[in-house]
Design a protein around this ligand. Structure first.
Ligand SMILES: Cc1cc2nc3c(=O)[nH]c(=O)nc-3n(C[C@H](O)[C@H](O)[C@H](O)COP(=O)(O)OP(=O)(O)OC[C@H]3O[C@@H](n4cnc5c(N)ncnc54)[C@H](O)[C@@H]3O)c2cc1C
Length: 588
């Protein structure tokens, strides 16, 4: 049995058994969490959604007013200590608020660029003077922040930035360059800007819009998120004092990557909130739309879609809240809020990347099926399904593309293994011995027992393929991107499946309302994950091992991912019917 102390380490879920009490779930939200969640949801429902047309027409004064309202309601304050005007709440609170904000994807992006990308770097890397100067005004919504890392020639390769900061004799810096696609770029007052000092040392700066030489480009004409400003930031001989350096010269990558860790995790929360709206829309439309004299919700093909939407959202939500709980536990263990947050975000960087990829792809699946359920009405502006579809697409691109995040997941696990932070190599060796000797027992009695065993099998498959990849290629593994991406896919499914099974197990044990439906959702996700994992493992092993080693590994994969027969059609029908009857996501 795993102790809480063990699961506080990033990546350890792969090697340890976890029990329901070790994971945070939405069922464990406190009254305080629910209260701030309600405040955020009421704000979005009553003040943002009715103003969506104005935002989509790029009324940035309106966006500013809404940001100020967020400030008044304390919604920008969750991560910030009280001494800077914040509420010093936990990360679960931030997730709950971010989920609610995402009911409007565009305003959610404005909000995310404020909390995750502007407040967070100052909080974690700012001097006390910088925190005093900016945090209270960002938290109150008096000023709007933006994060300027990308350039036209350096998006994924962020450290290849061309923007320059020339050090002046008096200690100030002269900034020149052009940053691209900056969220809130058209109206922000404060930018976290990345530039190379003396052409070489990647560093972060706090640049105010009022500074001479700062201007923004025209608004980008985007596929979606029309109600969120995206514009270039142009810096022409912008002189900033030495005191505007954020962190140290040459340490900008620390700022950039840690902020992205948090941004990725929060992007997951945003996808979760967006997905909940979409399930509700799909269920309501399916219930009311009639064809062939019947509501389309009565057709098996539509039930299949609604049930898959629910099951995938359930597994992702379980993964998201579990990760939030892990980050909170690690952050609480530290004496200082800012350094604790930073340490926790670094510790769970693998999980943040998993949350980012899983959340954005779960949402894309849901918005696509929502359009399909809406038929022709899903393709026209009159229904929100079309906007959701367009708005969601960016999530796979920003905060590090999903390809970059997929490469990071096994990459970071392997680095931890080599450093000795994660005993992956001995675990892979033990597994190799086990394959030659002990048969893997798949039988299981009792509710969710088969799923628990499958999850154990999924994790063994990840360990097996990771170990084989490290052994076969060593450092050259970075050139085998396809294999790394297959391993990432398996790790994502394994963690999501385990999180769903643990949550469903807890719900059943505690007699949670609709506990049986928790189990159905978890069962469906695990069944689907088994075939995805088996396929990915076959591809990875096919490219990694040869001869007898390959045969043994493939046989093990077949055993580890072998599902017992189940009537998944009946399970999906049950989940879909209940979702339609509730007119929304079942587990909120
Ligand atoms: C609406 C919107 C808002 C944004 N907001 C911000 C913001 O607020 N601040 C900010 O700094 N940036 C922002 N961005 C920029 C965004 O972060 C970048 O677009 C993103 O990082 C991808 O960079 P790129 O567009 O240059 O794509 P590229 O890096 O050119 O990637 C193109 C393709 O190649 C793949 N690829 C690249 N490198 C590799 C590799 N090594 N291995 C395998 N595949 C690879 C990518 O995954 C992708 O599929 C925003 C962009 C948009 C569209």
């Amino acid at each position: 049995m795993t102790t809480i102390a063990q699961v506080r380490r990033g990546g350890w879920w792969l090697l340890e058994d976890t029990v329901p009490d070790d994971v945070f779930t939405p069922e464990r939200l406190s009254d305080e969490h629910r209260m701030i969640g309600r405040t955020a949801l009421e704000f979005v429902t009553n003040e943002v959604l009715p103003n969506l047309d104005g935002l989509e027409q790029k009324d940035w004064e309106l966006a500013r007013q809404l940001v100020r309202r967020c400030g008044e309601l304390g919604l920008l304050a969750t991560d910030v200590p009280e001494m800077y005007g914040g509420l010093a709440l936990d990360k679960v609170s931030s997730v709950v608020v971010t989920e609610a904000m995402a009911r409007s994807a565009s305003f959610g992006a404005t909000f995310g660029a404020m909390t995750g990308l502007s407040i967070m770097p100052i909080l974690c890397f700012g001097t006390d003077a910088q925190k005093q100067r900016y945090l209270p005004r960002l938290v109150s919504g008096e000023i709007v922040g933006a994060y300027a890392l990308s350039e036209s020639s350096s998006g994924s390769d962020a450290l290849g930035a061309r923007a320059r900061a020339a050090r002046q004799a008096d200690g100030s810096f002269l900034l020149n360059g052009e940053k691209m696609w900056i969220t809130n770029g058209g109206f922000a007052d404060l930018y976290v800007v990345f530039a190379k000092v003396d052409g070489d040392h990647f560093s972060a700066f706090l640049v105010e819009r009022g500074a001479s030489g700062v201007s923004s480009g025209a608004e980008e004409h985007k596929m979606g998120l029309h109600g969120s400003s995206t514009a270039a930031l142009i810096l022409q001989d912008v002189r900033v004092p030495a005191s505007s350096l954020l962190g140290e010269v040459g340490r900008g990558h620390k700022v950039a990557f840690n902020v992205l860790n948090y941004g990725r995790f929060k992007l997951g929360a945003s996808c979760c909130g967006g997905a909940k709206s979409v399930v509700g829309e799909a269920a309501r439309y399916a219930a009311t739309r009639k064809q062939f004299g019947k509501s389309i919700a009565s057709f098996g093909a539509i039930k299949h879609k609604i049930a898959e939407m629910t099951a995938r959202l359930y597994a992702f939500e379980s993964l998201l809240y579990r990760t939030a709980g892990l980050i909170d536990l690690a952050a609480v263990a530290a004496s200082d809020h800012a350094s604790g947050t930073l340490t926790a975000l670094e510790e769970f960087a693998v999980e943040a990347s998993i949350v980012k990829v899983a959340g954005s792809e779960m949402l894309d699946f849901l918005v696509d099926e929502n359009v399909q359920i809406h038929g022709g009405n899903g393709y026209v502006h009159d229904y929100p399904a079309e906007r959701h579809y367009r708005d969601a697409r960016i999530n796979r691109i920003f905060e590090g593309t999903n390809e970059i995040n997929r490469l990071l997941i096994p990459g970071m696990l392997m680095r931890r293994a080599v450093k000795g932070d994660l005993p992956l190599i001995p675990a892979a060796k033990r597994l190799q011995d086990e394959l030659l000797t002990a048969p893997f027992d798949l039988s299981g009695e009792g509710p969710l027992e088969g799923e628990r065993r499958l999850v154990t099998g999924f994790k063994k498959i990840v360990i097996l393929t990771l170990g084989a990849a490290m052994q076969t290629w060593g450092e050259r593994i970075t050139e085998e991107q396809e294999v790394l991406c297959f391993i990432a896919d398996m790790a994502i499914d394994a963690l999501a499946a385990e999180s769903a099974v643990l949550r469903a197990g807890g719900a059943q044990r505690d007699g949670t309302q609709a506990g049986d439906l928790h189990s159905v959702a978890a069962q469906l996700y695990v069944q689907d994950a088994a075939s995805r994992i088996e396929r990915a493992a076959r591809e990875a092993i096919g490219a990694t091992l040869e001869g007898d080693l390959q045969k043994t590994a493939l046989a093990a994969v077949r055993r580890f991912a072998k599902t017992s027969p189940a009537n998944t059609v009946a399970l999906r029908r049950l989940l879909a019917d209940r979702t339609v009857a509730k007119e929304g996501y079942l587990f909120q």
